[in-house]
Ligand binder design. Structure first.
Ligand SMILES: *Cc1c(COP(=O)(O)O)cnc(C)c1O
Length: 370
C-alpha cells in the first residue's frame, strides 16, 4: 500500500543528518528540533499555534480536554471513520453521537449533524476522510449558530485546502476551533514512529493544550491541571522537519497517481471513483473506490493473488463496532455508512507509484471486475 523505503532513499542525507544531530545533542525530548519543526509547520499550515504531541489520537484527546468538556457532554462524529475519533470521546466519559456521511465524498453529512444536535451537544468532530475536507463552511456556520466547538480530525488531510465562498482558502485543521493531525508513518507527512500535532489560532487554548500535553504543567513540577504525557520526540521531529519541505511534492505525486486511477476507471459502471467537491483539494491519503457492480471481496482477493495489496477502510462503521454498541442505534440507521463499509476498496497510494505499477494495478482491477 505504501513505499516508505524509496521515499527515504531520496532524502536519506537530510534525514540521517537530522537524526545524528539529535543524538549528538542528546536533547531527545523538547529539544531544538521540535521547536524548529513546530515553527516550520506553523509557517506551512498558517496555524497561529502548532502543538506537537505523541500521536494523532492523543492530539484529539488533548483537544477535547483543552475545551474542558464534562462527562455526559455529547460530541458528534461521523460513523464512517477510523476508531480513534470516537475512542477519545468515550475515554473522556463524553458521549459519542454518530451521524451518517455523504455517499460521494464519504464525509459528514451536514444535515445529519443538524438533526443530531441536542441541548447536551458541545462539539462536532468532522473527519477529513481520505484527504478531502469535509464541507467546513456550512459546518462552521451551523456550529456558530448552535454555539458548538469544532475539532477537525485532519489526520488524513494535512496540506488539503478548503476554499470558502468568499474566495478565502485555509488548510485542513486550521478552520475549526482546533485541528488535529497524525504523523503515523503511512500518513501523508509521516515520521518513523508515532507523532501528531494540534493546530489552533486561539492563544488561551494553545497555552492550555500545551500544558495538558506535558503533565498539565507550565512551570516544572507545578501541575495546574490533570494532563497527559504526550510529546513529539526530537528524533521524530528531525525526520518530519526533513520531510516537510517535500510535502507539496508528495501531495502532487499522490494526486497524479489518483488522476491515473480516475482516468482508467471513469465510465466503468462497476466502479465509482472518489467523489470530489469543488470546495476542497484532495490530498489522497487513500484512493478509495466504491465497488458497486462486482464482488468487492473477490476483487480484493484477485488483486492479492496478483501481488497487489488493497485495503478496506473501513469494514465496520462505529455504530456497529462491538465496543461502541449503543442501544440508541440499530443496524440500518446509517445506510450510507453501512453501504460504504460493504463496498469500499482502497488501492495502493503513495509517493513512489510509477506508470508501470499504475498500469498493472488498473489493468488488473479492470480485468477482475469484467
Ligand atoms: C491515523 C488517524 C488517527 C490517529 O492517528 P494516530 O497517530 O495513529 O494516533 C485519527 N483519526 C484518523 C481519521 C486517522 O486516520
Amino acid at each position: 500500500m505504501v513505499d516508505l523505503q524509496t521515499q527515504y532513499q531520496r532524502i536519506k542525507q537530510d534525514i540521517d543528518a537530522g537524526i545524528e544531530e539529535v543524538i549528538a545533542s542528546a536533547a531527545f525530548i523538547k529539544g531544538p528540533k521540535v521547536a524548529a519543526f513546530q515553527s516550520h509547520l506553523e509557517q506551512y499550515t498558517g496555524a497561529k499555534h502548532v502543538i506537537p504531541v505523541g500521536n494523532g489520537t492523543d492530539a484529539l484527546q488533548i483537544a477535547l480536554m483543552g475545551l474542558g468538556l464534562q462527562a455526559g457532554d455529547e460530541v458528534i462524529t461521523p460513523t464512517f471513520t477510523f476508531i480513534a475519533t470516537a475512542e477519545v470521546v468515550a475515554l473522556l466519559g463524553l458521549t459519542p453521537v454518530v451521524v451518517d456521511v455523504d455517499w460521494q465524498t464519504m464525509n459528514m453529512d451536514i444535515e445529519a449533524i443538524r438533526r443530531a444536535i441536542t441541548p447536551r451537544t458541545k462539539a462536532i468532530v468532522p473527519v477529513h476522510l481520505f484527504g478531502q475536507c469535509a464541507d467546513m463552511e456550512p459546518l462552521m456556520a451551523l456550529a456558530k449558530e448552535k454555539g458548538l466547538y469544532v475539532v477537525e480530525d485532519a489526520c488524513q488531510a494535512i496540506g488539503a485546502r478548503y476554499t470558502f465562498s468568499n474566495g478565502e482558502t485555509r488548510q485542513a485543521g486550521t478552520i475549526g476551533t482546533i485541528g488535529c493531525t497524525s504523523f503515523f508513518p503511512s500518513k501523508n507527512l509521516g515520521c518513523y514512529g508515532d507523532g501528531g500535532a494540534i493546530f489552533t489560532n486561539d492563544d488561551a487554548l494553545a497555552d492550555r493544550m500545551q500544558a495538558i500535553s506535558n503533565h498539565g504543567c507550565r512551570v516544572r513540577y507545578h501541575h495546574d491541571e490533570v494532563g497527559v504525557n504526550s510529546r513529539l520526540d526530537s528524533i521524530q521531529a528531525a525526520v518530519l522537519d526533513a520531510k516537510l519541505p517535500h510535502l507539496d511534492e508528495y501531495i502532487a505525486a499522490r494526486q497524479e497517481a489518483a488522476a491515473y486511477y480516475d482516468k482508467a476507471f471513469a465510465g466503468n459502471d462497476k466502479l465509482l471513483i472518489p467523489g470530489r467537491q469543488a470546495h476542497s483539494t484532495h490530498v489522497f491519503h487513500q484512493y478509495t473506490l466504491r465497488v458497486v457492480g462486482a464482488d468487492r471481496d473477490k476483487l480484493r482477493e484477485g488483486l492479492a493473488a496478483r501481488g497487489i495489496p488493497a485495503m478496506i477502510y473501513y469494514p465496520v462503521p462505529l455504530h456497529q463496532q462491538k465496543a461502541y454498541r449503543d442501544p440508541r442505534y440499530r443496524d440500518g440507521d446509517f445506510p450510507v455508512a453501512e453501504r460504504l463499509a460493504a463496498c469500499v476498496l482502497s488501492l495502493p497510494m503513495h509517493t513512489e507509484l510509477d506508470t508501470e505499477q499504475l498500469e498493472y494495478i488498473t489493468r488488473s482491477v479492470l480485468e477482475l471486475v469484467k
